[in-house]
Ligand binder design. Structure first.
Ligand code: PHB
Length: 406
């Protein structure tokens, strides 16, 4: 057996749980464990500034918003977020509102993921939690033993080793932790889509009071909001689109064409100050746990942003995982971890299905026929014109109760 190289580190720390990835999943896990008196060290290759300025989706399930408040992260979501009791589906140039409140008694919160991150990072700082941003050379070692380690170089150049009982890989869609599950012991399920989203931020007044998911023969568009003065919008584009080919006029022309209709609806235009192409795919890796390593959030599964599930799903993972880790660190030991995947995975596959379904419902497949388009309009009509269709969308979009359905 090869001996581990004994290269020097500047500090060695021992904590029950080391976390790779300081996005919302990693930080919320650390916060939940911290509240129960369990110390963590969280590391991320990105700087805090990089994470804060990367635009992500903006819809929180009611339970997720409530958990942020009730676990003492912050109540800013209640003051600065916007509660939405429905969404609009727009097709054939007409608006159809899905009234979540009336259909399933639920609502969602418009509160950007970047704000969730800021709240969590501030809470970690306030509570004295250890988070290293901007690290390099991260290595996760010995995950099949009871003494896994994480080694990294901190932003100031010092070398650190964290000795833990468990390591959590919450290192996002380009996770290196998930590669630690040996190839012959893991299964990767995935689906690529032949299109992407072009996302913008614009300085403009709100065009609609709630989110508008628009289907058109030219492709999909989503009208979302950030504040009274800043709006977030997306439109379906080619997978290899280049933002430099899109001057502001072309962006507005495209968006207006996708929402146009006999009702004369028009978007309020403004200066576009951020443009990004978002490629997306559906992905799940099983198992979500390997020895002393557990995967959470995008590291284990990603969804297209159409159903606004990604962040909500990641925060559900860590809710389950925190509970399981506390039991494992208490009397139960490793056996408690066996409960993680079954409890997390049911919601993962439900969300995979819903995100896929919303995506195929609203996007124009390149090379699609006129039959495909008419069939899609038939499906959309089934969604908005039947109570079962509306309730299905409402229930999936607002999230599923943590307890089993009756
Ligand atoms: C957003 O506001 O960025 C957003 C909202 C809903 C989605 C995706 C993105 O489905």
């Amino acid at each position: 057996m090869a001996e581990a190289a004994v290269d020097t580190v500047d500090t060695v720390t021992s904590v029950p749980v080391a976390v790779v990835g300081a996005g919302p999943a990693g930080l919320m896990l650390a916060h939940r464990l911290g509240r129960a008196g369990v110390e963590t060290v969280v590391v991320d290759t990105r700087t805090r500034h990089e994470i804060e300025t990367t635009q992500r989706a903006g819809i929180l399930e009611n339970d997720v918003a409530r958990d942020l408040v009730e676990t003492g992260v912050s109540d800013r979501v209640l003051r600065e977020g916007y509660e939405h009791e429905g969404v609009e589906l727009r097709f054939g140039g007409r608006a159809h509102r899905i009234d979540f409140k009336a259909l399933v008694g639920a609502s969602v919160w418009l509160y950007p993921q970047t704000d969730v991150f800021v709240d969590l990072a501030d809470a970690r700082e306030r509570d004295g939690g250890t988070v290293h941003f901007g690290v390099s050379g991260t290595e996760v070692l010995d995950v099949t033993t009871e003494a896994p380690r994480v080694r990294f170089t901190a932003a100031d150049g010092t070398r650190h080793e964290v000795r833990a009982r468990y390591v959590v890989g919450a290192d996002g869609s380009r996770s290196m932790c998930r590669d630690l599950v040996p190839e012959d012991r893991r299964v990767r399920y995935g689906k690529e889509y032949p299109f992407a989203w072009f996302g913008i931020l614009t300085e403009a007044p709100t065009s609609a009071p709630e989110l508008v998911y628009a289907h058109s023969e030219h492709g999909f568009a989503l009208i979302s909001q950030r504040t009274e003065a800043v709006q977030r919008m997306y439109f379906q584009c080619d997978a290899d689109e280049n933002v430099d080919d899109w001057p502001q006029e072309r962006i507005w022309e495209t968006l207006q064409a996708r929402v146009a209709g006999p009702d004369g609806f028009r978007l309020k235009e403004g200066r576009v100050f951020e443009k990004t192409v978002l490629r997306f795919r559906s992905f799940v890796q099983e198992p979500m746990r390997w020895g002393s390593l557990a995967l959470a959030g995008d590291a284990a599964h990603t969804v297209p942003p159409t159903g606004a599930r990604g962040l909500n799903l990641a925060l559900h993972d860590v809710k389950v995982l925190a509970e399981v880790l506390l039991r494992a660190l208490g009397d139960e030991g490793d056996a408690a971890l066996d409960d993680y995947q079954p409890q997390a995975l049911q919601r993962v596959w439900r969300a995979q299905n819903f995100s896929y379904w919303m995506t195929q419902l609203l996007h124009a497949a390149p090379g699609g026929s006129s039959y495909d388009l008419r069939r899609q309009l038939g499906e959309l009509d089934n969604v908005v014109a039947t109570r079962a269709g509306r309730a299905y969308l409402a229930e999936q979009y607002t999230g599923w109760p943590t307890r089993a359905h009756d």
